[in-house]
Design a protein around this ligand. Structure first.
Ligand SMILES: Nc1ncnc2c1ncn2[C@@H]1O[C@H](COP(=O)(O)OP(=O)(O)OP(=O)(O)O)[C@@H](O)[C@H]1O
Ligand SMILES: [Mg+2]
Length: 372
């Protein structure tokens, strides 16, 4: 899969830019704060209609303006199509070949990308929210229905939380919770089983990538850590029943706190090397290798599911990695994949394949012929 060209208008500090990309390696050079990440963010939005950096659309509109617009031409194995995403006055408009799409879900899965930036290196040590976000984003691209269930889960969760507060404050009957429990548990069961399946699908891949990059043979694992104890092989119906039971048992506490204390919105992921938690025992290098193995594993999974490689977006990660880990990435981009790589230093001379170079300066992107 490849992005052939992209047009960005009023997107953050990118004013009006039209760029034609190389089907292989694209290197985007620029000093700090010139617009490199903004450019990759715009590409990511063509894939998912959402940003990897923020949930607030208005943040992405160029200052002093009232809209942003991004359009790209994508070539996949059997089709060439145009995607556009625009935002103005609280409304997002998504089109594929000029046909409006009603929901984000309808866009997902058409243009596949993997985004890898410095924040990803926090995945192991950072907050559980970061790890849930990772699961939610990646699974949504692979399975649009998951995205839809997730949005519904969030809506029902907010409603249930409101009701819990009202019960606490106004003494409304607890039986009012039942229909919400039913709905939330139903959606929760779907989300959890899909997350566990995703991790199972990644299992072999990330373990072999880790071993390959590090030369360690200890066994790298990512495990789902649900907020209620239940066998991971359970069906979504089993999870549903378990949630309803667990919420009943903790009802008093939930009413006092006014929030739903158990469910996929509270779950986590743990990464282990052998029996040890990487979060607690892993060196910084091991944690980086783990994230790299995870990203490459994901790319392989996407390729397997979609039958072609996604586009790889690398946001200034080379500088964060040492020689062996850089080599793992270089091997990947040297293959048959389109990559768009941002960097502050042009240290890609060793790449043997022909590359397109671009420079970004104060939001202006230009093709650059020289390589020094
Ligand atoms: N909505 C916006 N409108 C205009 N400019 C914005 C907007 N949002 C962010 N910016 C500016 O865009 C500039 C470039 O940001 P970006 O994150 O792309 O930098 P970068 O080139 O990736 O830098 P670094 O190397 O530090 O990561 C920043 O100076 C930021 O203040
Ligand atoms: Mg950046």
């Amino acid at each position: 899969m490849q992005l052939k060209r992209i047009y960005v208008d009023n997107f953050r500090n990118l004013c009006r830019e039209e760029i034609q990309l190389n089907p292989g390696i694209n290197i985007v050079l620029g000093k700090n704060a010139q617009g490199k990440t903004n450019f990759l963010e715009a590409i990511y939005i063509l894939a998912s209609a959402t940003s990897p950096r923020t949930n607030i659309e208005q943040e992405m509109v160029a200052w002093e303006n009232d809209y942003y617009f991004i359009k790209g031409e994508v070539e996949s194995q059997d089709d060439t199509f145009a995607i556009s995403v625009g935002y103005t006055q609280g409304k997002k408009r998504i089109r594929v070949n000029e046909n409006p799409l009603e929901r984000v879900k309808d866009l997902l899965g058409r243009f596949m990308v993997i985004f890898f930036g410095p924040e990803d290196l926090q995945l192991i040590k950072g907050s559980p929210q970061l790890r849930r976000q990772f699961l939610d984003r990646e699974i949504s691209l692979l399975q649009p229905l998951y995205y839809e269930n997730l949005q519904r889960y969030r809506t029902v969760l907010a409603q249930r939380n409101n009701l819990l507060k009202e019960i606490g404050e106004k003494g409304i009957g607890e039986s009012e919770l039942e229909p919400w429990d039913e709905q939330l548990a139903d959606l929760g069961g779907e989300l959890i089983t899909r997350r566990i399946r995703f991790l199972n699908e990644l299992k072999e891949k990330i373990n072999s990538r880790y071993a390959e990059i590090s030369g360690e043979e200890v066994g790298f694992k990512a495990e789902y850590e649900p907020s209620i104890a239940l066998d991971k092989k359970s069906s979504s119906q089993d999870w549903k029943r378990a949630f309803i039971e667990a919420w009943k048992r903790r009802r008093k506490e939930e009413i006092i706190r006014g929030v739903t204390i158990l469910g996929p919105h509270r779950d986590d992921l743990s990464f282990r090397l052998g029996d040890r938690e990487l979060k607690n025992y892993g060196s910084q290098g091991q944690q980086r290798t783990a994230v790299l193995a995870l990203k490459i594993g994901e790319l392989e999974l996407m390729t397997q599911v979609k039958g072609e490689q996604p586009v790889l977006l690398l946001d200034d990660v080379f500088s964060e990695l040492d020689g062996t880990r850089q080599k793992a990435l270089l091997d990947l981009i040297g293959g048959n994949i389109q990559s768009i790589i941002t960097t502050t230093e042009n240290n890609f001379q060793e790449i043997k394949k022909p590359c397109y170079y671009f420079t970004v300066d104060k939001g202006k992107i230009n093709r650059w012929e020289g390589r020094n």
